[in-house]
Design a protein around this ligand. Structure first.
Ligand code: GTP
Ligand code: MG
Length: 438
């Protein structure tokens, strides 16, 4: 394979930049452009040497060169990383010097692609590497890291192995039914067990999505119930305008809070009431849309007043959504009894009473320590749903011959997930999303 090179650090000013070279000619080219105490290629693997990079007779920069010889490297090939001074110009000059020596510029994700092609990692791990780079919270980074280390791949491998074992049992049962006695029921029990392992991963994926993409929580309710006050209280800043005049908030205002490592986006919305004001009507429409997109809705009710028609309208919209009913203004007299089909908490947005209790309720919804969280991609979810359906079909047929072919489909799908059989198109679409230099 051709030797490739790219700048692996982001462009712009910074302390250092790193240029990475991978392939058979990495060391030969480094020998040519480097001047220091010793020839890079003569050094042991996994060592760092100090010296200078020259473009012909011109000094380009003073650098540190890390030498990593195949196969114990990121790509599985000889890899050299040159750390130079930061900034746009220096790294570009070094890269140009390398390319002038007949090395090709790497494509998006090509270093990681080589790691995959050389069997250093499977496709799931490659995707996890992209997730580490783009992680928006520590939790997301932590789970992506465990995927990169092979945690999810290992789970998938175990499932695939159980399916292969089931396939063998079925074949034995079909071909040697006279000599070997295998209870068909056992086979179906094994299929069921494998199916439930897939369910566990898919359940965990839902929580994984929250960790990866964050959670959005709109605060909704009719005008003047204290939505903006609550929003400010939760965020501990005077972000939204609060007044005693109904209809204060006209637009959706968003702020992010990090709760136990998860990005939670709170949204203050326009209070809903029947209005003739165009601006307010638009605000109300937006609030409705936000409800649809929310992962969890905080429905605010002013408990000093009885429920009115607008509240009831909310109740009906929110029945379809995951909702927490928040009875606000508990610092003043309660006026009414409410029968509401949601988890509820009584707070005072003004004094801060029970706000922590509300936060704990939110946490309960999203942080389930009992769930085996897996951050998996849309691609994985689609494949696992397909495998799940295959196994469901296998259980339904009641005929071992048919079950065998369903189990076979499931195994094929899992092989695609890890990349053993993924098509060129799938592989290209995964690596094209990487940045150059990764
Ligand atoms: N007593 C009491 N008053 C509160 C509480 N929370 C909010 N208020 C008052 O209720 C009024 C309305 O508060 P906002 O936070 O602007 O209410 P809102 O729901 O955002 O109103 P709109 O944006 O108009 O829909 C203000 O006068 C607040 O001071 C509370 O917990 N207790
Ligand atoms: Mg408001």
């Amino acid at each position: 394979m051709e030797t490739i090179a790219a700048i692996s650090t982001p462009s712009g000013e910074g302390g250092i930049s790193v240029i990475r070279i991978s392939g058979d000619r990495s060391l030969e080219v480094t020998d040519k452009i480097f001047r220091g105490g010793s020839l890079p290629s003569k050094n042991k693997s996994h060592t760092v040497i100090h010296g200078e990079i020259y473009d012909g007779q011109d000094l380009v920069d003073e650098v540190l060169v890390t030498i990593m010889k195949a196969p114990r490297t990121y790509t599985g090939e000889d890899v050299v990383e040159i750390s130079c001074h930061g900034g746009r110009i220096t790294a570009n000059r070094i890269l140009r010097t390398i390319l002038n020596n007949g090395i090709r510029l790497a494509d998006h994700g090509e270093f990681t692609l080589r790691a995959f092609l050389n069997g250093k990692i499977d496709l799931i791990q490659a995707e996890a590497i992209a997730d580490i780079v783009s992680a928006k919270s520590e939790k997301a980074q932590q789970y992506a890291l465990s995927s990169m280390k092979g945690e999810l791949s290992e789970r998938i491998k175990r499932i695939k192995n159980s399916l292969k074992e089931i396939q063998m049992l079925i074949e034995t049962c079909l071909n040697f039914s006279d000599e070997v006695i295998i209870d068909e029921k056992d086979i179906y029990t094994k299929i069921k067990k494998t199916k439930s392992q897939i369910e566990i991963i898919l359940d965990g994926a839902q929580y994984g999505r929250y960790i990866k993409d964050g959670i959005s929580i709109p605060i909704v309710g009719r005008t003047n119930v204290g939505k903006s006050t609550l929003f400010n209280k939760i965020l501990k800043q005077e972000r939204s305008i609060v007044t005693s005049i109904p209809g204060t908030t006209r637009d959706v205002i968003e702020e992010t809070l990090n709760i136990d490592g998860i990005q939670v986006i709170f949204m203050d919305t326009c209070g809903i009431r029947t209005s003739k004001d165009d601006v307010e009507i638009e605000g109300i429409n937006r609030a409705r849309k936000v409800i649809n997109k929310g992962d969890l809705v905080l429905w605010l009710i002013d408990q000093s007043q009885p429920l009115n028609e607008e509240d009831i309208e909310f109740l009906n919209i929110l029945k379809q959504k995951d909702t927490i009913a928040v009875f606000n203004k508990c610092d003043i007299k309660r006026n009414g009894n409410y029968d509401i089909p949601f988890k509820a908490v009584s707070v005072s947005a003004r004094t801060g009473e029970n706000i922590q209790k509300l936060i704990n309720l939110i946490k309960e919804k999203f942080l389930h320590p009992s769930v085996n969280i897996s951050i998996i991609k849309e691609r994985h979810i689609n494949i696992l749903n397909m495998v799940h359906k295959n196994l469901q079909d296998a259980l339904k047929t009641g005929m071992l011959e048919l079950a065998a072919s369903d189990v076979g489909f499931a195994i094929e799908a899992l092989r695609e997930m890890t990349g053993e059989t993924a098509s060129q198109g799938v592989i290209e679409s995964i690596f094209s999303k990487f940045c150059i230099g990764k």
